[in-house]
Design a protein around this ligand. Structure first.
Ligand SMILES: Cc1cc2nc3c(=O)[nH]c(=O)nc-3n(C[C@H](O)[C@H](O)[C@H](O)COP(=O)(O)OP(=O)(O)OC[C@H]3O[C@@H](n4cnc5c(N)ncnc54)[C@H](O)[C@@H]3O)c2cc1C
Length: 398
């Protein structure tokens, strides 16, 4: 007789699992509280839809925190495998200049989602929408609320794929955390990741620089450094150049209530080269010289002017040092709901190598609801797809 598999939550991790489980062996149902699957996937679609990243596997795996945890899943179903799978479903992809992989131009996010939903349908999966999981019954069955009724579901195998806790409007609200804690499963509080960082900008900066981008910079915090750009906001700073520093910034914030962000405004030049350039200024005004002759541009120059005392700004040695290392104090993270992803959730100590809860056999947890982290750039979706694939492979074999 076929075993029953209940998958709770209908995001990318769940969809991949549902598409790959062996329908000759299992009767598979997805329970999703929204009226449709993949709402956060569609939101990701609006923001560029970075499905994965073109990068050597070893480097790719190194992007995750902790990376031991995702090494197997991402090696077994890599960025190349994800692109092949999508192609089989009719979705062609391409690598942008930043090596980010997107669906080819003209492909709407809903088309990508519909192709995956077709694969799920072809795999004879039952999709139950409008089913909100509200906890475990005493006999371990799953309790759902659906159309104002309570329904209990028993299943041979249960897989939770309930997502993190940002962008609650998409359904991923993290309320499941209480049900797990009540069952004695250790969960860590959610924190924002891939988010803006709070900075108490001195007065006057926001009026002049809000929405302006610091392009071609090297951003550093602790041991982590990343090249890219970030936008100055009324909250502080945000963007793909600073997202990868999240792990380090969160660590420093939890230890010291503040974190240090260092910006190299001219990574293509050494300190010595910058000193020489500054020394060569003749009768041009310093502001103009920085903006035009040294190619710093208006935003970087205004930022230096606003953050340095007049004495330091006009001292060539000090100015050169600050162009190479501009220290900025981060005082906090953006609100969780605005973050692209969250860390926290089910502790990795609670699961075995196959995502199975050690305290509740035959119950598995995959996707963003586990406590791992990755920068934007396609690593989040890749990890969720890889975990779904990996678990399907394991269940199909056993
Ligand atoms: C604005 C934005 C842009 C993004 N862009 C990218 C990008 O370009 N590239 C990238 O790699 N990643 C991106 N991400 C992140 C990516 O979308 C997520 O990491 C990914 O969707 C997580 O997948 P998941 O399957 O773990 O969970 P989710 O996609 O969060 O799905 C979880 C599902 O579970 C359902 N659920 C929750 N609680 C219950 C319950 N109690 N009962 C029943 N169902 C429930 C939810 O309704 C939801 O449908 C972006 C995210 C955001 C918010």
């Amino acid at each position: 007789m076929k075993k029953s598999v209940s998958i709770i939550g209908g995001g990318p991790a769940a969809m991949m699992l549902a598409a790959k489980l062996d329908s000759k062996k299992f009767t598979v149902s997805i329970y999703e509280k929204n009226n449709a699957l993949g709402r956060k996937f569609l939101v990701a679609g609006k923001g560029g839809f970075n499905l994965t990243h073109r990068e050597e596997l070893e480097v790719f795996v190194g992007r995750y925190h902790p990376n031991y945890f995702l090494k197997q899943a991402v090696s077994d179903f890599s960025n190349v495998d994800l692109q092949k799978w999508l192609k089989e479903l009719g979705i062609d992809t391409y690598a942008g200049t930043s090596n980010r992989i997107f669906p080819v131009k003209g492909t709407k996010p809903i088309e990508v989602l519909n192709s995956i939903l077709n694969a799920i349908e072809n795999n004879k999966v039952t999709v139950c929408t409008g089913y909100k999981w509200v906890g475990f019954a005493n006999d371990n069955s799953l309790i759902f609320e659906s159309k104002n009724q309570i329904k209990n579901v028993n299943s041979d195998i249960v897989v939770f794929a309930l997502g993190g806790a940002s962008w609650k409007i998409t359904g991923s609200d993290g309320t499941w955390l209480d049900y797990f804690m009540k069952r004695g499963i250790t969960c860590l509080p959610f924190e924002a990741s891939n988010c803006g960082y709070k900075i108490n900008w001195p007065s006057g900066i926001i009026e002049k620089l809000e929405g302006k981008a610091l392009k071609n910079c090297q951003f550093k915090s602790g041991v982590t450094s990343h090249a890219g750009e970030a936008v100055i906001t009324s909250l502080g700073i945000e963007g793909s150049g600073v997202y990868p520093l999240g792990y380090e910034i969160r660590k420093q914030l939890s230890e010291k209530n503040k974190a240090e962000l260092l910006i190299d405004l001219k990574p293509q030049n050494t300190l010595e080269e910058i000193r020489l350039k500054l020394a060569n200024r003749k009768n041009v005004s310093l502001t103009r010289y920085l903006e035009k002759d040294m190619n710093l541009g208006e935003t970087k120059t205004l930022l230096l002017k606003a953050l340095l005392s007049k004495e330091n700004f006009t001292d060539n040695k000090m100015l050169a040092a600050k162009i190479k290392t501009l220290p900025i104090e981060v005082t906090g993270l953006a609100p969780i709901d605005e973050a692209i992803s969250t860390v926290g959730g089910v502790s990795l100590k609670e699961i075995d190598d196959h995502y199975q809860l050690k305290k509740i056999p035959n119950h598995f947890v995959i996707g963003e609801m586990l406590d791992w982290d990755a920068p934007t750039g396609g690593y989040l979706l890749q990890a969720c797809f890889s975990m779904g694939n990996n678990l399907a492979h394991y269940l199909n074999k056993n």
